[in-house]
Ligand binder design. Structure first.
Ligand code: MG
Length: 254
């Protein structure tokens, strides 16, 4: 299944995507929705972020290629991103005025994101994937100097527009066999298989759910490979994952 969230005029709804036709559903895709007979051409809707997450957990330092000379964490190292930082495909990432004035280095982080389908608490690895609704592309936009110099990552990782997600949520994929690519202005800057995650999706769910309850619709960013390089107003960032599609966001100044 391919799930989208979209807008037509002022009407916002979830839908299932088949070919280039969006068919509205009556509730979020993790709920007991009904499929309606209302359809739209994909080209006639504005795609929104495919989910409205209650919370977002992001895993840091989760590919060897991103570690440099740092040790791989023994457990998945999570931090929170705010739901208010979420945007969809084609929406602009706006670099905050304060970051521009301070000449903060801004970087994209192409990441595979999974969306929870069921409430999860103390879930073991062996059952973990049955709690996942599906997978989408994410960009964990990062203000590096704030990340390095602030005591917490609250604005470095969660300023408005810093969490692009989309374009669709795809179910029934193998999260250990996706090819993840990030491009800046068409040039590949990150390319890695999700099979190279230090802590894979089941391990992440087991560890997070041992401490906090994951709710349906919650989004988990799984980490980024390599070293993506800087972005500036006027650039375009694309995150592409095999089997899902392309998340595309222009970069603007606030
Ligand atoms: Mg990240």
């Amino acid at each position: 299944m391919r799930y989208v969230r979209f807008q037509v005029g002022t009407h916002v709804a979830y839908g299932v995507l088949g070919g280039d036709v969006v068919r509205e559903i009556t509730a979020p895709p993790y709920g007991a929705y009904k499929v309606t007979d209302r359809t739209h051409k994909l080209s006639e809707v504005k795609l929104l972020a495919p989910i409205v997450p209650g919370k977002i957990v992001a895993i840091g330092l989760n590919y060897k290629s991103h570690l440099g000379n740092r040790e791989a964490p023994k457990v998945p190292e999570g931090f929170y991103k705010t739901p208010t930082s979420v945007i969809g495909t084609e929406e602009p990432v706006r670099i905050p005025q304060a970051a521009l004035q301070e000449k903060v280095h801004m970087q994209p982080e192409g990441e595979m994101v999974f969306i929870m389908g069921k409430r999860a608490k103390n879930v073991k690895k062996a059952e973990a994937l049955s709690y996942v609704l599906g997978y989408t592309c994410g960009n964990d936009v990062s203000a590096r100097d704030w990340q390095r110099n602030d005591l917490q990552w609250w604005r470095a990782k969660s300023s408005d527009t810093f969490s692009p997600m989309g374009p669709v949520i795809v179910t029934d994929l193998d999260p250990s066999k996706m090819q993840l690519i990030c491009r800046i202005n068409g040039k590949v800057v990150q390319e890695q298989s999700t099979g190279d995650l230090v802590h894979d999706v089941p391990a992440i769910i087991e560890f997070i759910s041992s401490a906090i309850t994951l709710e349906p619709g919650d989004a988990i960013y799984t980490g980024t490979p390599g070293a993506p390089g800087d972005i500036h107003p006027g650039d375009v960032v694309e995150v592409e994952i095999s089997g899902i599609g392309v998340l595309r966001n222009p970069i603007e100044a606030e």
